[in-house]
Design a protein. Structure first.
Lengths: 306, 346
């Protein structure tokens, strides 16, 4: 259990956390403002990754690909909101879950139809490959460090957007009383579309950034979606601050659990069994964490409104 | 204000439902009759494949009957019923594994041998699923709305990942059941016999749901869904009512899972996956939520689409998605509402 390993895994945890935050912030905004539970958020993650991979392959520029991925996700999000989602705001949660589940099926199979079942290739540009040496002799990939940087920048940007701009003021107003801001002359329908597209763009960005690290394939959004749900349930649905805190907590606990639980069980068990027990327990760890938090705080740590 | 509107609302569907009574009864009889007769005919014509397909419809319908008790009658939108379906399946698989290997399942603090008897497997599946649902329900039912949906989903994921990474019983490769578990007197490995066992299970599950909903308990559960404050005012606490309904619902779905594992001779973490939880919800909604025959109609439609549409195109889930979207947006009462007239006026 060296310090180098600990630092490296902590950074991995923070990196996972920042990417989860990109997903969770969109989910929690959409829920906070529109009261909508959106399972199809993982599909925007996938759309972002596919668009980025396709555009990067044809232009050769990762940055142009990234911009295209975010734009594609935002456009698809806006389109889905206009066509389908806005019919669901006044429906019970069950209908929202099912309709957005239907959207997942449509998006996943549609993507498989367009791009085939085999994963697309997307790798970070050459100027972002390689390692940096951090204090304590830790060598860490530049790309992952950049992901943390992007996540932090987005978190600050979202904070400024929500607390300092007119759009942010409307979002906050929409969270606390949507009838009232409608009566005050704000175009709620437009606001909802913008918020939804913003959430989709952030999900698309996360998908593109993580896609370059792992692989771009159909269904890539689903595990992340469920982790993002755990994040916003822990943080309190509707709260951006909760999403940030929950994302970092889940990222770090999950990453460290996977590394250290098998090591911990090895101290008093034969190695083969210890790996089995440790990794099973590690896989369940964040769900146990969530259950414990909800058992004490049924509305999450930073319950926003109501 | 609320009282008068809800009274007039309740008065209306009673007469409405009566005028549809014959049609509804007829549709239900045809549905159940076809489900029984078609496999028997297929069996004697030598098409075992269709008998097994009917068993699959029956078992999935049974799992959906369980979920319908939670979602349709109890208003508890559980997004994690795959957990009970999969646990039931793993009980059958693990029990058969130890019976085959002649190794005990547990040797401490007391010895628990494996068993290849279906009766033992079913009992264990029902009891274990009920216990799991008691634990999950006790925590989840403290929350409501979206939190309930997500926490049930998260618990199911927890069990999914556990099964996925626990190497003893196959991990993500799953666990085969080499020889179907047995019953005394009858040959469970015969396709038609096994279908009839499953069919009996489905009819029993529906009968239990029907009895339950006609009892005082059912009235309380309905009230807990419609207005839990009013139920509490009447001196009945909603929490235990919901919890008991949740546990029964999980036990039914778990039994279906045990039947499913023995039908396929295989159990894997995919039975526990959130996709399956979603599909079960889809079946309940497609059929008609909160209707006794809804899960059956939904399961027939779902398996038919999967089998025949899946035979035409490998992208059949795209069309499933479109159908589902259409049903959710435009046809709230599902297939049974369409065939047999609306039952509930909400």
């Amino acid at each position: 259990m060296s310090v180098t390993l600990l630092i490296e895994q902590l950074l991995n945890g923070v990196q996972l956390g920042t990417m989860l935050f990109l997903m969770a912030s969109g989910l929690t905004l959409v829920f906070g403002v529109m009261g909508l539970i959106n399972l199809a958020h993982g599909s925007f993650y996938m759309v972002g990754a596919y668009a980025t991979a396709a555009v990067t392959a044809s232009t050769g520029s990762f940055l142009i690909g990234l911009a295209a991925g975010m734009t594609a996700a935002a456009l698809v999000g806006a389109l889905v909101e206009l066509l389908i989602i806005r019919r669901l705001y006044h429906r019970p949660h069950l209908d929202q879950v099912l309709a957005t589940f239907a959207l997942i099926l449509i998006f996943s199979e549609g993507t498989r139809w367009l791009f085939g079942s085999s994963p697309l290739w997307l790798s970070p540009p050459s100027w972002l490959t390689g390692f940096v040496t951090l204090p304590g002799e830790t060598r860490y990939p530049i790309y992952r460090l950049m992901l943390i940087g992007v996540g932090v920048a987005i978190a600050i940007g979202l904070y400024l957007l929500i607390s300092r701009t007119r759009l942010g003021m409307r979002i906050r107003a929409g969270e606390s009383d949507r009838e009232m801001i409608g009566a005050l002359g704000v175009n709620i329908a437009k606001l909802y579309t913008v918020v939804f597209a913003l959430g989709a763009a952030l999900a698309g960005l996360a998908g593109a950034l993580v896609g370059a690290l792992q692989s771009v394939q159909v269904g890539m959004g689903e595990p992340v979606l469920i982790l993002a749900f755990v994040v916003i349930v822990i943080g309190g649905i509707g709260s951006i601050k909760g999403a940030l805190f929950g994302a970092l907590l889940v990222g770090i606990v999950d990453t460290l659990g996977r590394v250290y639980l098998p090591l911990f069980f090895q101290t008093f068990m034969p190695p083969s069994e210890a790996t089995g027990v440790g990794s099973s327990l590690a896989a369940m760890l964040i769900y146990i964490l969530m259950a414990v938090i909800l058992a004490f705080k049924p509305k999450g740590l930073f319950a926003a409104n109501d | 204000m609320t009282n008068t509107t809800s009274l007039s609302k309740n008065a209306a569907p009673a007469t409405h439902a009566e005028s549809h009574f014959d049609r509804k009864g007829l549709v239900q009889m045809i549905l159940l009759g076809l489900l029984l007769l078609l496999p028997v005919a297929a069996y004697f014509l030598g098409h075992t494949y269709y008998v097994n397909l009917a068993s699959r419809v029956t078992i999935i319908a049974m799992a959906a009957v369980g979920l319908n008790l939670a979602i349709g009658y109890g208003g508890m939108v559980s997004f994690g019923h795959a957990a009970y379906f999969g646990l039931g399946g793993y009980v059958a698989g693990i029990s058969a594994y130890h019976a085959f290997d002649m190794t005990p399942f547990m040797s401490w603090p007391f010895s628990v041998p494996g068993s290849d008897s279906l009766l033992v497997v079913w009992l264990a599946a029902v009891v274990l699923c009920a216990l799991l649902a008691l634990a999950i329900g006790a925590i989840s039912l403290r929350t409501t709305g979206v939190y309930f949906i997500m926490i049930t989903l998260a618990f199911a994921q927890m069990i999914y990942y556990f099964a996925n990474s626990w190497p003893t019983y196959g991990g993500q490769d799953g666990l085969p059941i080499y020889i179907r578990n047995t019953l005394p007197l009858v040959d469970s490995s015969d396709a038609l016999t096994y279908f009839l066992i499953c069919f009996t299970g489905l009819v029993l599950a529906m009968a239990i749901t029907s009895r339950l909903m006609k009892s005082r308990f059912g009235a309380a559960l309905t009230m807990a869904r419609l207005n839990d404050v009013r139920l509490a005012t009447a001196g009945v606490s909603p929490y235990p009512i919901r919890l008991v309904a949740f546990v029964i619902s999980a036990a039914i779905t778990g039994l279906a899972g045990a039947l499913y594992a023995d039908l396929n001779g295989f159990v894997s973490p995919s039975m526990l996956s959130w996709h399956f939880s979603g599909e079960l919800m889809v079946i309940v909604i497609l059929g008609g939520v909160g209707r006794l025959y809804g899960p059956l109609a939904g399961a027939v439609l779902f398996v038919m689409m999967e089998t025949f549409l899946g035979g035409i195109t490998e992208y059949w889930q795209l069309f499933l998605g479109l159908v589902l979207l259409g049903v959710v947006l435009f046809a709230k009462h599902g297939v049974m509402g369409w065939l047999a007239g609306s039952e509930r006026n909400e």
